[in-house]
Design a protein around this ligand. Structure first.
Ligand SMILES: C[S@@+](CC[C@H](N)C(=O)[O-])C[C@H]1O[C@@H](n2cnc3c(N)ncnc32)[C@H](O)[C@@H]1O
Length: 546
């Protein structure tokens, strides 16, 4: 069910045209009276398929109140507060679209002077709170807003960190009811206050709000609370199709627990950062509805460290407890002792949930031990090496790294986190995507390589990103495109018959269809339709009827 197609429909009571129920989107009402009647008649039992529950470890979380099939939209939600990111590139303060061209061409709000898209954005509700407050305080952003650096004696505030003040101002100016709701969210304020980076951020934002914008009514303590609420609960939101980037806080979205192998995902759907939650996998009644707070290709060491230092909890999900990390051994390195004897045995954590535990060779005859500190040091070195590769984004350098690390002297193995991340970069950033490597420019062997990489990563995605995940859908699309390019060449070189081409194209179409069924969110609609059109045009040009 697409929550955006469900806006109108026949009233569940009388059949007259109606609006969708905001809880479940699956029934419609012509008005409040029939909505109430239907609710009392039993809809309250079946409406939203979730409720907020409590658990001693997770705190509040969303519990499924009925079986939820994979692919179903579970909820749709508007943000409580949204706006530019903490350290944002130049965006319209109102709609968060990136500002194009040079600063002196940007539209300037006639009341507060901040750059916007247009007068329409100036008048939008979204920009009202801070604009009113700033105009009242007599602040007007000069034309040089994009260029100056402010020195206030204590901190140097970079031009774009100004954007970080907008979300706290909007949050602190929320109407009473919403403000109270926001203040019930998890803050982890004590843990945040022990973090020097957080305190620096609070001081910078407060300074800017007090001394530059001249809005002195906001207390530093309240600004700190809002920043902590955002760090704990908010989502980075981006709609590439609309050129929007920002962050948003959702009430129900803030209730979702993390899992390293989640069963749901957020989809950004509306222009005002509305979100929808989709079940990636079947969720049984009574189960927790969870999302992942971080990239699933990270190994346990990085996941545990990141969650502890940014979200202040120790994950103990089934994946983190598994020393093999779902059979992929993402963090495991080769045992150096065994490597000397030409063997490829791996080191496994002796107690995966404890970052301080030793790692031991999986070979019972060897049992070589490596300390946690040594393991962390080796990973730091590998991360730096990989970061250098990512910065240069060159195929030859990535290939050299893989060859070296998987060779007799290397410490990695084929499903190490670094190798898998590099394969993802090769698929999505280089082969088919960068100058000199666009699909039609790839030689046959690189095209085969891309196809192989997609197939390999789809195999991994079945484990790490099963069901209705975006990663699987994107990989399926990449594979389909590469396969069509291959069919085109093979037909041209008369290596296959038109009957073979038809069978291969049907195969590619099945991949595309699967991707389309996964990417149901409206934000992807244009992209998906373009891919389907391109596929159809390609078949037409090749004379293949699929
Ligand atoms: C976005 S909030 C989720 C709602 C929160 N449990 C509450 O009661 O408001 C994120 C916080 O929930 C807790 N949390 C989420 N997932 C967890 C998990 N898998 N294990 C332990 N705590 C978790 C952590 O305290 C985390 O910082």
């Amino acid at each position: 069910m697409d929550p955006y197609k469900s806006e109108d429909g026949p009233c569940a009571v009388c059949g007259a045209p109606g609006r969708a129920c905001a809880g479940c989107f699956s029934v419609h009402y012509c008005g409040r009276e029939h909505q109430l009647a239907h609710w009392q008649k039993g809809h309250k039992e079946t409406c939203a398929p979730y409720k907020i529950s409590k658990d001693p470890v997770l705190g509040r979380y969303l519990e499924a109140t009925q079986d939820i099939p994979a692919g179903k939209f579970i909820m749709k939600s508007r943000p409580l507060v949204c706006g530019p990111q903490m350290s944002s590139e130049p965006v319209c303060l109102s709609c968060c679209r990136r500002l194009q061209n040079e600063p002196d061409t940007w539209y300037q709000c006639t009341c507060c002077g901040w750059p916007l898209c247009s007068s329409e954005c100036q008048n939008a509700e979204q920009h009202r709170p801070e604009c009113n407050a700033m105009s009242k305080a007599g602040f007007y952003m000069g034309r040089d807003c994009g260029k100056v650096t402010i020195l206030d004696g204590l901190e140097e505030l970079n031009q774009w960190s100004w954007y970080g003040s907008i979300v706290p101002i909007r949050a602190l100016l929320l109407p009473q009811k919403e403000y109270k709701k926001m203040m019930t969210l998890q803050t982890h304020i004590q843990e945040h206050r022990r973090n020097p980076e957080f305190n620096f951020k609070v001081r910078s934002v407060t300074n800017f709000i007090h001394n530059i914008l001249k809005l002195r009514d906001f207390k530093e303590e309240d600004i700190a609370t809002v920043l902590a609420i955002f760090d704990t609960n908010a989502f980075e939101v981006a709609r590439a199709d609309l050129n929007q980037v920002g962050r948003a806080l959702y009430y129900m979205g803030s209730m979702m627990a993390h899992a390293c192998n989640p069963n749901a995902r957020l989809c950004h759907v509306g222009e005002k950062f509305e979100m929808a939650l989709m079940a990636e996998q079947n969720i049984p009644k009574g189960g927790s509805i969870n999302i992942t707070y971080m990239d699933r290709l990270n190994g346990t060491l990085k996941r545990l460290t990141h969650l502890r230092t940014t979200k202040y909890f120790d994950c103990c999900c089934s994946r983190c407890s598994d020393p093999t990390d779902m059979g992929l051994y993402l963090d495991s390195l080769r045992c150096i002792k065994c490597r000397g004897e030409g063997k490829s045995n791996l080191l496994l954590s002796t107690s995966p949930l404890k970052l301080t535990s030793d790692w031991q060779c999986q070979d019972l005859d060897c049992q070589n031990k490596v300390s946690a500190a040594e393991m962390i040091r080796m990973h730091k070195e590998l991360r730096n090496l990989k970061q250098n590769l990512d910065d240069s984004l060159q195929l030859s350098k990535y290939e050299e790294f893989i060859k070296q690390q998987l060779g007799p002297e290397g410490v990695l193995h084929p499903t190490s986190t670094y190798i898998l991340q590099i394969k993802i970069s090769l698929i999505f950033d280089i082969l088919g995507h960068s100058p000199g490597f666009y699909l039609r420019e790839l030689n046959n062997s690189l095209l085969d390589y891309k196809i192989r990489l997609c197939q390999e990563m789809l195999h991994i995605a079945k484990i790490l990103h099963p069901g209705y995940s975006k990663t699987r859908a994107f990989l399926l699309m990449q594979l389909q495109e590469a396969l069509m390019e291959q069919i085109k060449r093979q037909l041209k070189e008369k290596l296959i018959t038109s009957e073979d081409a038809k069978i291969s194209a049907q195969n590619a179409k099945a991949f595309l269809n699967e991707a389309v069924s996964i990417l149901q969110e409206p934000a992807r609609k244009d992209d998906v339709e373009t891919k389907v059109r391109e596929f159809q045009n390609c078949c037409k040009r090749l004379g293949i009827d699929v």
